[in-house]
Design a protein around this ligand. Structure first.
Ligand code: NAP
Length: 122
């Protein structure tokens, strides 16, 4: 989808791309016994989100010269259809990090991974 939107992103002023990742895609978090993300072991979901982080970094590097910032986000545990509406946050709360990254200014980061409490480990 990012590829498909590239022509429009290149025309836009201050274009931003936010990749909706997950703490379950963080190798650091899923191997940290103190992290809640180490309690789940979801082969397809986690590995696809880990790969998605790599995709996000690759796009960030490719698009940085054009002023397009690309960041991955970890929304937290959000009550949606995905988890039978059992998440701790509302969809509005879960969207907050993504919206913040979608609206960062020229001094904002690119190629990073962020959650509610700031930078997340890859
Ligand atoms: N919920 C959480 O706690 C949580 C935590 C970390 C990350 N995330 C991530 O947040 C993102 C959104 O998840 P969610 O929790 O909001 O789940 P959700 O309520 O199940 O929503 C998933 C959305 O994806 C759409 N979709 C699914 N397959 C599609 C396809 N092939 N083409 C186009 N659209 C498709 C669905 O459309 P329809 O409604 O039309 O089927 C739905 O709108 C996902 O990437 C998920 O991994 C969620």
């Amino acid at each position: 989808m990012t590829q498909a939107f590239l022509p429009l992103l290149k025309k836009a002023e201050g274009a931003r791309v936010v990749m909706m990742g997950s703490g379950l895609g963080s190798l650091a978090l899923v191997t940290d016994p103190t992290s809640i993300y180490s309690k789940a072991n979801l082969l397809a979901y986690s590995s696809s989100k880990t790969a998605f982080n790599a995709v996000s970094v690759a796009f960030a590097k490719e698009l940085e010269p054009l002023g397009i910032k690309v960041n991955a986000v970890e929304p937290g545990s959000v009550a949606t259809d995905l988890n039978g509406n059992n998440g701790a946050l509302t969809p509005d709360e879960g969207a907050a990090s993504a919206i913040r990254l979608a609206t960062i200014g020229v001094d904002g980061p690119t190629g990073g991974f962020f959650g509610h409490d700031g930078v997340q480990p890859w």
